[in-house]
Design a binder for this molecule. Sequence first.
Ligand SMILES: C[S@@+](CC[C@H](N)C(=O)[O-])C[C@H]1O[C@@H](n2cnc3c(N)ncnc32)[C@H](O)[C@@H]1O
Length: 229
Amino acid sequence: MAHNKNPHYDDLYFSENDGMEESFYVFIQGNHLPERLQEKKDICVGETGFGTGLNLLTLLNHIKNTHKESIKLRYICLEKYPLPFERIEELLSPFSERLSSLMPLYEAYWREFYQNLVPGWNKTLWSFPKGEVQFELYHGDAKDWAEEEGKPEVEAWFLDGHSPDKNPEIWALEIMQGMYRRTVPGGTLATFTAAGIVKRALREAGFTIQRKKGFGKKRHMVIGEVEAK
Ligand SMILES: C[S@@+](CC[C@H](N)C(=O)[O-])C[C@H]1O[C@@H](n2cnc3c(N)ncnc32)[C@H](O)[C@@H]1O
């Protein structure tokens, strides 16, 4: 059995061998972040399904390797089942070399953050090489987050909430509508899945979407954007 399954959904957190490349291809490139970050000193990113934090770490690793100056990243994410650091470390062990300069900081920050987690919003400020992160985690169900009021702030979304077969709830129209309300005009999204229910909900919520070649052997993934509101 794969060692990186989330027992709540009987599904993997990410692909075991090339999870970091996949994260870069699907979420970072899918949102055109390498290009966009050339011209910006700050950005607000949202993620449905924080899990181990691999997508955040992949983004910070990219910033560390490519930017001269520090970027201010506001990272707004949702997680129903936050993980203790021991489990995160185990899950991220295939990438420990590539993440070696970020992991000690992440460990120190996450241990403290996890100890103090409360239901609902948890916010803190973290500092990484070339990245200052205003980290905001909603600890709870994405459905409840979607019902809260929200204003347009997010510039790029990582939609990473398990496959729609295993976890259709996180791809529900109400959640896509909650994301749409929180997205600035010109904001983008990327997700690994091109399932029909996902595309339909995204379109109905107001996103303009298109299919793109998926990572590795996967045929398709989806990227999208909010045009004028
Ligand atoms: C595929 S994993 C995310 C992988 C993650 N991005 C990473 O880098 O490890 C999906 C995550 O979404 C969370 N999740 C699933 N349904 C949720 C919901 N309704 N509300 C909040 N979090 C949810 C799961 O607990 C899981 O951690």
